[in-house]
Design a protein around this ligand. Structure first.
Ligand code: PLP
Length: 435
């Protein structure tokens, strides 16, 4: 039982550095959050030692009496956090991550080469929603299934539901996927349900980014309209890194053909082996925390902070995709100021601001994205309020001004020349100190 610092000082040092980096930087990556001490304790517990293939009460290994209790508790808390009735919804809490949850859901719903439609990645969708380019099938969701994406309108940045409906008429998908990684607006689930019903398709929502807001009643709930809802647990929900799959139950259904049976079979044995019980413990803790008045307050603050950030950026004269945000993120179009998302991400990193480059509406290619994605969930967990996010917007504005100046001075369009100039700049060092 030697402590980590003694047993492996090298790894211990790396962890300490990362801890300090998380503390010192302005963390604006929209998919990240700071989970609680309690979640981290559960996640780092002795549960990591246990094998428990199967489901509570039906395992392939002995010694699972406590793991069974834990998994049942986690399931109950998952339904409670999203205000779901156990007679209408069930949940599988074993997926290792959002990507494996999504692949298991596709495995449950579709046959190989069936047709699905999801939001295209350059429009804000996730890889696992059928991503492919003109030249290549990138994701297993486009390799094993056929995919025809829908997109946002290139002017407004809002999903082009009319076009989606027209294309669905031609493509007749078996599955319609909603949910996104970089979409600042809420969804028209009712319309998506109508489109899915026209073609006898399933409707799946991947609410990974917004699940904390959904739990708190700060975004419309996809559960009213969808057959399956997947989520990661580590974004706005503020848990450990993992995934969940919720499935709808139907009265009088044949148990063997039910979504429950198909989802459970798809997770194990089709896509995964033994569940990560330490992670399931972390999820259970996070779900308890998410089902509280404090968490509702947190989610409200996340949205208020995003509004404050958006308003200040627009006040500085910048363009946001779709003009603003309904949730925890903004998509900032940097094309009008002549910067690429890649350059801005790099200079922000040098200034201790962590965010990521992202395609924004009107981009010609996802390889050189024209903007960045900024999320407020992590810093809100650290207690940031609206005025703090106005200060963040001011730092970002100062960084844009510095970046445009450096780009002029570097006299080159190349990212590496720009980064070299920025790394040597006293002004960037001064900005980093201020941040
Ligand atoms: N779904 C959405 C909408 C996401 O944004 C992400 C990750 O960012 C995932 C799924 C994948 O989650 P993971 O990285 O846990 O596999």
């Amino acid at each position: 039982n030697t402590p980590l610092a003694e047993a492996d000082p090298e790894v211990a040092r790396i962890i300490e550095h990362e801890k300090y980096r998380q503390f010192a930087e302005l963390e604006l990556i929209a998919s990240e959050n700071f989970t609680s001490q309690a979640v981290m304790e559960a996640n780092g517990s002795a549960l990591t030692n246990k094998y428990s293939e199967g489901l509570p009460g039906a395992r392939y290994y002995g010694g699972n009496q406590y793991v069974d209790q834990l998994e049942r508790l986690c399931q109950e808390r998952a339904l409670a956090a999203f205000k779901l009735d156990a007679s209408e919804w069930g949940v599988n809490v074993q997926p290792y991550s959002g990507s494996t949850a999504n692949f298991a859901a596709l495995t449950a719903l579709l046959q190989p080469f069936d047709r699905l439609m999801g939001l295209d990645l350059p429009s804000g969708g996730h890889l696992t929603h059928g991503y492919q380019t003109d030249k290549k099938k990138i994701s297993s969701s486009s390799i094993y299934f056929q995919s025809m994406p829908y997109r946002v309108d290139s002017e407004s940045g809002i999903i082009d539901y009319d076009r989606l409906e027209e294309n669905a008429e031609l493509y007749r998908p078996q599955l319609l996927i909603c949910g996104a990684s970089a979409y600042p607006r809420d969804w028209d689930y009712a319309r998506l349900r109508r489109i899915a019903d026209k073609h006898g398709a399933y409707l799946l929502c991947d609410m990974a980014h917004i699940s904390g807001l959904v739990a708190a009643g700060e975004q419309e709930s996809p559960f009213r309209f969808c057959d399956i809802v997947t989520t990661t647990t580590h974004k706005t929900l503020r848990g450990p890194r993992a995934g969940l799959i919720f499935f709808r139950r139907r009265e009088g259904e044949d148990k063997k053909e039910s979504l429950e049976a198909r989802v459970n079979q798809a997770v194990f044995p089709s896509c995964q082996g033994g569940p990560h019980n330490n992670t399931i413990a972390g999820i259970a803790v996070a779900l308890l925390q998410a089902n509280s008045p404090e968490f509702v307050q947190y989610a409200k603050q996340v949205r208020a902070n995003t509004q404050a950030l958006a308003k200040r950026l627009v006040g500085h004269g910048y363009r946001l995709s779709s003009g603003g945000s309904d949730n925890h993120l903004v998509l900032w179009d940097l094309k009008p100021v002549g910067l690429t998302g890649s350059k801005f991400e790099k200079i922000c990193e040098l200034a201790n601001i962590t965010l990521n480059k992202n395609s924004v509406c009107g981009d010609k290619s996802a390889v050189t994205p024209g903007g960045v994605r900024i999320g407020t969930a992590a810093l809100t967990s650290r207690g940031f309020k609206e005025h703090d996010f106005e200060a963040v917007a001011d730092f970002l504005h100062a960084t844009v001004e510095l970046a445009t100046e450096l780009q002029r001075e570097a006299g080159s369009k190349l990212l590496k020349d720009f980064v070299a100039a920025a790394a040597k700049s006293d002004k960037v060092a001064a900005l980093q100190k201020k941040v």
